[in-house]
Design a protein. Sequence first.
Length: 370
Amino acid sequence: MSSFHVELKKVVDNTYDVEIGAGLVEKFIEDMKNGLDGGVKKLAVITDSVVEGLYGGPICQALCEAGYNAELFVFPAGEQNKSRQSKELIEDAMISRGYRRDCMVIAVGGGVVSDLAGFVAGTYGRGVPFINYATTLLAAADAAIGGKTAVDTPVATNLIGLIYQPKKVYVDIKTWETLPKEHMINGLAETVKHACLADMELFEYLEEHYEEIINCNPDSCTYISEHNCDVKYKVVMEDEHEANLREVLNLGHTVGRAIETVSEYKLLHGEAVSIGLIAQAKLGQKLGYITEEEVVRLVALLEKIGLPVAIPDYIDKDALVKKLYTDKKVRDGKLRFVFQKGIGDVMRFADGKYAEPISEPEIRAIIDVM
């Protein structure tokens, strides 16, 4: 018998920039010409059927005019299409058009596009570079930054994916002007989450300026974008692969993701997260992590923004409780929740973990009264 030791210790630099501004297409093209392209000339611009005409097509055209071999790959819009089937169709189309390892993926769109296109990039040819050009507030606050990529399954959302960092992220707040009002409201849920877990100043700003953000005031939108980036950066820098601290970014998502799936995506992601934030806050109040006054303040902010704070009547609560067990934080069949500590901080428990086991009766009691 013999053995051979394979030592593969290495340091990986996943550093990248987030460009925040209004109307960034020219800056993006300039960056590509100045080396962001890494010498790659064949580009796959991945977008959805809604963003295609607004930004996906024009950005692809701009790349072609700049001398790149860029082609558009479009899948139907909607969370229900963030699937293994959509990923396979895009990959097959790229293969048929001669895309190999010497290519780059450009994700143009919201969170669904960012998640799906990033996952394609992370696995195509065992990994090709990609860039996120975020066109929604939700993507700018959440999916475009941090490197989480995934697709949904009938069992749970984001169940299959990987951590794969982009080369650069563009947060183009000008694109938010074409979003329906409900999608601006929806996108604010992840910003409220960031405020709850790490940024009291941001929470207070949202209380005073939420209407300006919904109406796409450039200064207000820039402010929240900078704060969203700061919160995510500090967490991801410490725990890129979600070994512990990064779980705090799942605040509100245990119930939120479950209710999103059980609603069959009638609820937008941010709407579901808003309900999830209230569920963890009410349970956290029972456990002594947050005061009643702070819960009331959180409810008031979400309601002012226009986000839901109660479980819709059409949701089967038994099915919802069952769906909680598909959450990524479940360990040994036990539910685990992240809790905010007051407003602007999160609970860290005696074992150094940021998620605490919760019994089914404890969370069911909260769900039953919501």
